[in-house]
Design a binder for this molecule. Structure first.
Ligand code: FES
Ligand SMILES: [Fe+2]
Length: 378
Protein backbone atom coordinates (compact mmCIF):
# COMPACT_ATOMS: atom_id res chain seq x y z
CA UNK A 1 0.00 0.00 0.00
CA UNK A 2 1.40 3.42 -0.82
CA UNK A 3 1.75 5.67 2.23
CA UNK A 4 -1.10 8.01 2.84
CA UNK A 5 -0.15 11.58 2.08
CA UNK A 6 -1.91 14.49 3.57
CA UNK A 7 -2.37 17.44 1.29
CA UNK A 8 -3.11 20.87 2.58
CA UNK A 9 -5.00 23.11 0.22
CA UNK A 10 -3.03 26.30 -0.32
CA UNK A 11 -5.45 29.14 -0.88
CA UNK A 12 -4.99 31.01 -4.13
CA UNK A 13 -4.49 34.75 -4.28
CA UNK A 14 -7.59 36.56 -5.44
CA UNK A 15 -8.01 40.21 -6.32
CA UNK A 16 -9.65 42.32 -3.66
CA UNK A 17 -13.33 42.55 -4.53
CA UNK A 18 -13.62 39.01 -5.92
CA UNK A 19 -14.63 37.77 -2.49
CA UNK A 20 -16.97 40.67 -1.82
CA UNK A 21 -20.59 40.14 -0.94
CA UNK A 22 -22.71 43.18 -1.71
CA UNK A 23 -24.74 44.46 1.19
CA UNK A 24 -22.03 44.42 3.86
CA UNK A 25 -22.17 47.52 6.05
CA UNK A 26 -19.95 49.13 8.65
CA UNK A 27 -20.58 48.33 12.32
CA UNK A 28 -23.43 49.99 14.22
CA UNK A 29 -22.41 52.87 16.46
CA UNK A 30 -22.66 50.99 19.76
CA UNK A 31 -19.72 48.73 18.82
CA UNK A 32 -17.47 51.78 18.58
CA UNK A 33 -18.56 53.89 21.54
CA UNK A 34 -20.21 51.70 24.18
CA UNK A 35 -18.33 50.97 27.44
CA UNK A 36 -20.43 47.80 27.86
CA UNK A 37 -19.33 46.42 24.48
CA UNK A 38 -15.74 47.43 25.27
CA UNK A 39 -15.95 45.44 28.54
CA UNK A 40 -17.43 42.48 26.65
CA UNK A 41 -14.58 42.56 24.10
CA UNK A 42 -12.05 42.55 26.90
CA UNK A 43 -13.82 39.53 28.45
CA UNK A 44 -14.64 37.42 25.40
CA UNK A 45 -11.72 38.32 23.11
CA UNK A 46 -8.72 39.71 24.96
CA UNK A 47 -9.16 37.41 27.99
CA UNK A 48 -9.68 34.23 25.99
CA UNK A 49 -7.69 34.47 22.73
CA UNK A 50 -3.96 34.31 21.98
CA UNK A 51 -2.67 37.88 21.85
CA UNK A 52 0.72 39.03 20.65
CA UNK A 53 2.79 40.80 23.32
CA UNK A 54 6.16 41.04 21.60
CA UNK A 55 9.06 39.40 19.81
CA UNK A 56 11.85 37.15 21.05
CA UNK A 57 14.48 39.75 20.11
CA UNK A 58 13.13 42.04 22.85
CA UNK A 59 14.37 39.59 25.48
CA UNK A 60 17.42 38.11 23.84
CA UNK A 61 19.47 37.39 27.00
CA UNK A 62 18.70 35.49 30.22
CA UNK A 63 17.06 37.88 32.67
CA UNK A 64 15.71 40.24 30.00
CA UNK A 65 12.06 41.06 30.57
CA UNK A 66 9.26 43.34 29.51
CA UNK A 67 5.84 44.04 30.96
CA UNK A 68 2.63 44.03 29.01
CA UNK A 69 -0.97 44.86 29.83
CA UNK A 70 -3.59 42.42 28.57
CA UNK A 71 -7.29 42.88 29.42
CA UNK A 72 -6.34 45.19 32.27
CA UNK A 73 -3.84 42.70 33.71
CA UNK A 74 -0.18 43.59 34.04
CA UNK A 75 2.05 40.71 32.98
CA UNK A 76 5.79 40.06 33.21
CA UNK A 77 7.38 38.29 30.24
CA UNK A 78 10.91 37.09 31.01
CA UNK A 79 13.64 34.89 29.58
CA UNK A 80 14.88 32.65 32.37
CA UNK A 81 18.41 31.25 32.94
CA UNK A 82 17.63 28.25 30.74
CA UNK A 83 16.42 30.54 27.92
CA UNK A 84 12.80 29.53 28.45
CA UNK A 85 10.36 32.37 27.87
CA UNK A 86 7.90 32.64 30.74
CA UNK A 87 4.96 34.82 31.62
CA UNK A 88 3.61 35.73 35.06
CA UNK A 89 0.97 37.94 36.54
CA UNK A 90 2.72 41.02 37.94
CA UNK A 91 1.26 40.29 41.37
CA UNK A 92 3.15 39.45 44.56
CA UNK A 93 2.02 36.33 46.40
CA UNK A 94 2.35 38.10 49.76
CA UNK A 95 -0.02 41.06 49.73
CA UNK A 96 -0.62 41.33 46.02
CA UNK A 97 1.65 44.25 45.25
CA UNK A 98 2.58 45.11 41.66
CA UNK A 99 6.10 43.69 41.44
CA UNK A 100 7.53 45.58 38.53
CA UNK A 101 6.70 49.10 37.36
CA UNK A 102 9.10 49.34 34.44
CA UNK A 103 8.34 48.61 30.79
CA UNK A 104 11.38 46.38 30.50
CA UNK A 105 14.93 45.68 31.60
CA UNK A 106 17.04 42.97 33.24
CA UNK A 107 16.20 40.83 36.27
CA UNK A 108 18.59 38.77 38.34
CA UNK A 109 15.55 37.85 40.38
CA UNK A 110 12.10 39.37 40.74
CA UNK A 111 11.92 41.18 44.04
CA UNK A 112 8.78 42.77 45.45
CA UNK A 113 9.32 46.44 46.35
CA UNK A 114 7.13 46.11 49.47
CA UNK A 115 8.54 43.43 51.82
CA UNK A 116 11.22 42.04 49.52
CA UNK A 117 9.82 38.61 48.76
CA UNK A 118 12.08 37.37 46.00
CA UNK A 119 11.17 35.12 43.09
CA UNK A 120 13.35 33.27 40.60
CA UNK A 121 12.98 33.89 36.89
CA UNK A 122 11.04 30.62 36.79
CA UNK A 123 8.51 32.16 39.21
CA UNK A 124 9.48 30.11 42.27
CA UNK A 125 9.52 31.95 45.59
CA UNK A 126 13.14 31.94 46.73
CA UNK A 127 13.14 34.26 49.73
CA UNK A 128 10.44 35.54 52.08
CA UNK A 129 11.92 37.27 55.16
CA UNK A 130 10.61 35.97 58.52
CA UNK A 131 8.09 33.66 56.91
CA UNK A 132 10.02 30.62 58.21
CA UNK A 133 8.42 31.37 61.57
CA UNK A 134 4.92 31.02 60.14
CA UNK A 135 3.57 27.58 60.85
CA UNK A 136 2.76 25.60 57.74
CA UNK A 137 4.13 28.22 55.34
CA UNK A 138 5.55 26.52 52.29
CA UNK A 139 7.49 28.57 49.72
CA UNK A 140 6.65 26.01 47.07
CA UNK A 141 2.99 26.99 47.34
CA UNK A 142 3.70 30.65 46.67
CA UNK A 143 5.20 30.76 43.21
CA UNK A 144 4.13 33.58 40.91
CA UNK A 145 0.94 32.87 38.99
CA UNK A 146 2.04 31.76 35.53
CA UNK A 147 0.17 32.57 32.35
CA UNK A 148 -0.16 30.47 29.22
CA UNK A 149 2.48 31.54 26.75
CA UNK A 150 3.43 30.27 23.30
CA UNK A 151 5.63 31.27 20.40
CA UNK A 152 4.69 31.65 16.76
CA UNK A 153 7.39 32.57 14.24
CA UNK A 154 9.40 34.31 16.98
CA UNK A 155 6.46 36.30 18.28
CA UNK A 156 5.39 35.85 21.90
CA UNK A 157 1.71 35.23 22.52
CA UNK A 158 -0.13 34.93 25.81
CA UNK A 159 -3.59 33.69 26.66
CA UNK A 160 -5.36 34.50 29.91
CA UNK A 161 -7.86 31.64 29.61
CA UNK A 162 -7.48 28.77 32.07
CA UNK A 163 -7.39 26.07 29.43
CA UNK A 164 -6.91 27.79 26.08
CA UNK A 165 -7.01 25.99 22.76
CA UNK A 166 -3.31 25.36 22.01
CA UNK A 167 -1.80 28.09 19.87
CA UNK A 168 -0.58 25.55 17.28
CA UNK A 169 -4.18 24.49 16.74
CA UNK A 170 -5.47 28.05 16.37
CA UNK A 171 -2.58 29.03 14.10
CA UNK A 172 -2.71 25.84 12.01
CA UNK A 173 -3.82 27.77 8.87
CA UNK A 174 -0.55 29.72 9.06
CA UNK A 175 1.79 26.80 9.74
CA UNK A 176 4.86 27.10 7.54
CA UNK A 177 3.35 29.98 5.58
CA UNK A 178 5.93 32.55 6.61
CA UNK A 179 8.93 30.34 7.38
CA UNK A 180 11.05 31.81 4.59
CA UNK A 181 10.65 35.28 6.08
CA UNK A 182 13.04 34.34 8.89
CA UNK A 183 10.77 36.02 11.43
CA UNK A 184 12.17 34.42 14.63
CA UNK A 185 15.69 35.69 13.84
CA UNK A 186 14.81 39.30 13.06
CA UNK A 187 15.70 42.15 15.41
CA UNK A 188 13.78 45.31 16.13
CA UNK A 189 15.59 48.55 15.27
CA UNK A 190 12.87 50.82 16.56
CA UNK A 191 9.57 50.92 18.39
CA UNK A 192 7.15 53.83 18.23
CA UNK A 193 4.10 54.02 20.50
CA UNK A 194 1.03 55.76 19.17
CA UNK A 195 -1.85 56.87 21.36
CA UNK A 196 -4.77 57.01 18.93
CA UNK A 197 -8.15 58.57 19.74
CA UNK A 198 -10.12 55.93 17.89
CA UNK A 199 -11.68 52.56 18.58
CA UNK A 200 -9.32 49.63 18.00
CA UNK A 201 -11.58 48.08 15.36
CA UNK A 202 -11.22 51.14 13.16
CA UNK A 203 -7.47 50.44 13.11
CA UNK A 204 -8.06 46.94 11.75
CA UNK A 205 -10.63 48.07 9.22
CA UNK A 206 -8.27 50.82 8.04
CA UNK A 207 -5.34 48.40 7.71
CA UNK A 208 -7.40 45.97 5.68
CA UNK A 209 -8.12 48.12 2.66
CA UNK A 210 -6.32 50.51 0.31
CA UNK A 211 -9.49 52.20 -0.96
CA UNK A 212 -8.33 55.17 1.11
CA UNK A 213 -4.74 55.17 -0.19
CA UNK A 214 -4.92 57.62 -3.13
CA UNK A 215 -6.19 60.46 -0.93
CA UNK A 216 -4.61 59.60 2.41
CA UNK A 217 -1.22 58.19 1.36
CA UNK A 218 0.07 59.93 -1.78
CA UNK A 219 3.64 58.68 -1.22
CA UNK A 220 2.57 55.08 -0.59
CA UNK A 221 0.30 55.10 -3.63
CA UNK A 222 3.24 56.00 -5.87
CA UNK A 223 5.15 52.92 -4.73
CA UNK A 224 2.33 50.39 -4.60
CA UNK A 225 -0.83 50.85 -6.72
CA UNK A 226 -3.82 51.17 -4.40
CA UNK A 227 -6.06 48.83 -6.39
CA UNK A 228 -3.55 46.01 -6.82
CA UNK A 229 -4.14 43.96 -3.64
CA UNK A 230 -4.52 40.20 -3.96
CA UNK A 231 -5.61 38.21 -0.92
CA UNK A 232 -5.15 34.55 -0.07
CA UNK A 233 -6.75 34.68 3.38
CA UNK A 234 -10.22 36.12 2.92
CA UNK A 235 -12.30 34.85 5.84
CA UNK A 236 -11.59 34.00 9.48
CA UNK A 237 -9.08 35.19 12.10
CA UNK A 238 -6.21 35.63 9.65
CA UNK A 239 -6.80 37.96 6.72
CA UNK A 240 -4.72 39.52 4.00
CA UNK A 241 -2.42 39.05 1.05
CA UNK A 242 0.02 41.14 -0.94
CA UNK A 243 0.35 44.31 -2.98
CA UNK A 244 2.98 44.67 -5.69
CA UNK A 245 5.75 47.23 -5.17
CA UNK A 246 6.83 49.23 -8.21
CA UNK A 247 9.77 47.35 -9.69
CA UNK A 248 13.18 48.24 -8.26
CA UNK A 249 11.67 50.10 -5.33
CA UNK A 250 11.05 49.61 -1.65
CA UNK A 251 8.56 51.19 0.74
CA UNK A 252 10.99 53.79 2.11
CA UNK A 253 11.36 57.56 1.96
CA UNK A 254 13.97 57.29 -0.80
CA UNK A 255 12.24 54.40 -2.54
CA UNK A 256 15.42 52.32 -2.23
CA UNK A 257 15.93 49.09 -0.28
CA UNK A 258 17.13 49.97 3.24
CA UNK A 259 18.63 46.67 4.41
CA UNK A 260 19.55 43.10 3.51
CA UNK A 261 16.55 40.99 2.51
CA UNK A 262 14.96 39.71 5.72
CA UNK A 263 14.74 36.13 4.55
CA UNK A 264 14.98 33.67 1.74
CA UNK A 265 12.58 35.61 -0.44
CA UNK A 266 11.87 34.12 -3.83
CA UNK A 267 11.23 35.54 -7.27
CA UNK A 268 8.33 37.90 -7.55
CA UNK A 269 8.03 38.27 -3.77
CA UNK A 270 11.01 40.66 -4.01
CA UNK A 271 8.54 43.15 -5.44
CA UNK A 272 5.65 42.49 -3.06
CA UNK A 273 4.59 43.69 0.36
CA UNK A 274 2.47 41.24 2.35
CA UNK A 275 -0.10 42.53 4.79
CA UNK A 276 -1.84 40.23 7.25
CA UNK A 277 -4.07 40.92 10.22
CA UNK A 278 -3.89 38.33 12.97
CA UNK A 279 -6.95 38.46 15.18
CA UNK A 280 -7.27 40.11 17.64
CA UNK A 281 -4.30 42.43 18.08
CA UNK A 282 -1.54 41.98 15.50
CA UNK A 283 -0.81 43.49 12.10
CA UNK A 284 2.06 41.90 10.23
CA UNK A 285 3.53 43.78 7.26
CA UNK A 286 6.31 41.92 5.49
CA UNK A 287 8.48 43.80 3.04
CA UNK A 288 11.47 42.31 1.23
CA UNK A 289 13.91 44.35 3.37
CA UNK A 290 12.06 44.70 6.68
CA UNK A 291 9.05 43.60 8.66
CA UNK A 292 6.75 45.99 10.46
CA UNK A 293 4.54 44.74 13.27
CA UNK A 294 1.76 46.61 15.01
CA UNK A 295 0.33 45.51 18.33
CA UNK A 296 -3.12 47.03 18.77
CA UNK A 297 -4.23 47.53 22.38
CA UNK A 298 -7.75 48.81 23.09
CA UNK A 299 -7.65 51.19 26.08
CA UNK A 300 -11.22 52.50 26.00
CA UNK A 301 -13.99 52.59 23.39
CA UNK A 302 -12.40 55.74 21.94
CA UNK A 303 -8.70 55.14 22.59
CA UNK A 304 -6.14 52.64 21.30
CA UNK A 305 -2.47 52.23 22.10
CA UNK A 306 -0.46 50.99 19.12
CA UNK A 307 3.06 49.63 19.45
CA UNK A 308 4.86 49.56 16.13
CA UNK A 309 8.17 47.71 15.66
CA UNK A 310 10.46 47.66 12.64
CA UNK A 311 12.38 44.37 12.39
CA UNK A 312 15.43 43.69 10.25
CA UNK A 313 17.79 40.85 9.43
CA UNK A 314 20.23 40.54 12.37
CA UNK A 315 23.20 40.80 10.01
CA UNK A 316 21.87 43.97 8.40
CA UNK A 317 22.69 46.08 11.45
CA UNK A 318 26.47 46.27 11.00
CA UNK A 319 26.49 46.88 7.26
CA UNK A 320 27.04 50.19 5.48
CA UNK A 321 23.87 49.67 3.41
CA UNK A 322 21.66 49.61 6.54
CA UNK A 323 19.35 52.64 6.58
CA UNK A 324 16.50 51.70 8.93
CA UNK A 325 15.27 55.28 9.25
CA UNK A 326 14.43 55.25 5.57
CA UNK A 327 11.72 52.65 6.34
CA UNK A 328 10.80 53.93 9.79
CA UNK A 329 10.17 57.49 8.60
CA UNK A 330 8.15 56.23 5.66
CA UNK A 331 5.80 54.19 7.81
CA UNK A 332 5.73 56.64 10.69
CA UNK A 333 4.38 59.19 8.19
CA UNK A 334 1.96 56.64 6.73
CA UNK A 335 0.86 55.40 10.17
CA UNK A 336 0.07 58.94 11.30
CA UNK A 337 -1.96 59.53 8.13
CA UNK A 338 -3.93 56.39 8.99
CA UNK A 339 -4.44 57.27 12.65
CA UNK A 340 -5.69 60.70 11.63
CA UNK A 341 -8.45 59.33 9.41
CA UNK A 342 -9.30 56.73 12.07
CA UNK A 343 -9.69 59.57 14.59
CA UNK A 344 -11.90 61.47 12.17
CA UNK A 345 -13.99 58.30 11.69
CA UNK A 346 -14.37 57.92 15.43
CA UNK A 347 -15.58 61.50 15.73
CA UNK A 348 -18.17 61.04 12.99
CA UNK A 349 -19.32 57.64 14.24
CA UNK A 350 -20.00 59.17 17.68
CA UNK A 351 -22.50 61.56 16.06
CA UNK A 352 -26.25 61.02 16.37
CA UNK A 353 -26.30 61.27 12.57
CA UNK A 354 -24.13 58.16 12.07
CA UNK A 355 -25.68 55.08 10.48
CA UNK A 356 -23.79 52.03 9.20
CA UNK A 357 -22.61 52.77 5.66
CA UNK A 358 -22.17 50.37 2.73
CA UNK A 359 -18.77 48.79 2.18
CA UNK A 360 -17.39 48.95 -1.36
CA UNK A 361 -15.95 45.94 -3.25
CA UNK A 362 -12.50 47.31 -2.30
CA UNK A 363 -13.39 46.72 1.36
CA UNK A 364 -14.02 42.97 1.27
CA UNK A 365 -11.36 42.36 3.93
CA UNK A 366 -12.66 44.91 6.49
CA UNK A 367 -16.12 43.36 6.00
CA UNK A 368 -14.61 39.90 6.67
CA UNK A 369 -12.78 41.25 9.75
CA UNK A 370 -16.07 42.61 11.12
CA UNK A 371 -17.72 39.21 10.57
CA UNK A 372 -14.96 37.50 12.55
CA UNK A 373 -15.24 40.08 15.34
CA UNK A 374 -19.01 39.65 15.55
CA UNK A 375 -18.58 35.90 16.03
CA UNK A 376 -17.25 36.78 19.49
CA UNK A 377 -19.25 39.80 20.48
CA UNK A 378 -22.50 39.07 18.62
S1 FES B 1 3.49 42.52 49.12
FE1 FES B 1 5.18 41.68 48.12
S2 FES B 1 6.53 41.23 49.67
FE2 FES B 1 4.85 42.04 50.73
FE1 LIG C 1 -3.63 53.47 5.26
Amino acid sequence: MPPLTQTTAIPAFRKTGETFTSGAKTLPQRYLVSPEIFAKEQAVIFSTQWVCVGHLSQIAKAGDYFTSEVAGESLIIVRDQKATIRGFYNVCRHRGTRLCEDKGGQFRAIQCPYHAWTYGLDGRLLGAPHMDKVQGFDKAEHSLHAIELALWEGFIFVNLANEPTPLEEVFAPLTGKFTHWNLPKLRSAKRIEYDVRANWKLIFENYSECYHCPGVHPALSKLTPYDSAENDLCEGPFLGGFMPITKGHSLTMTGNACALPVGDIKGEDHARVFYYSIFPNMLLSMHPDYVMVHQVWPKSPERTLILCDWLFHPEAFDRPDFHPNDAIEFWDMTNRQDWHVCELSQQGIASRAYRPGPYSPRESIPAAWDREYLRYVG
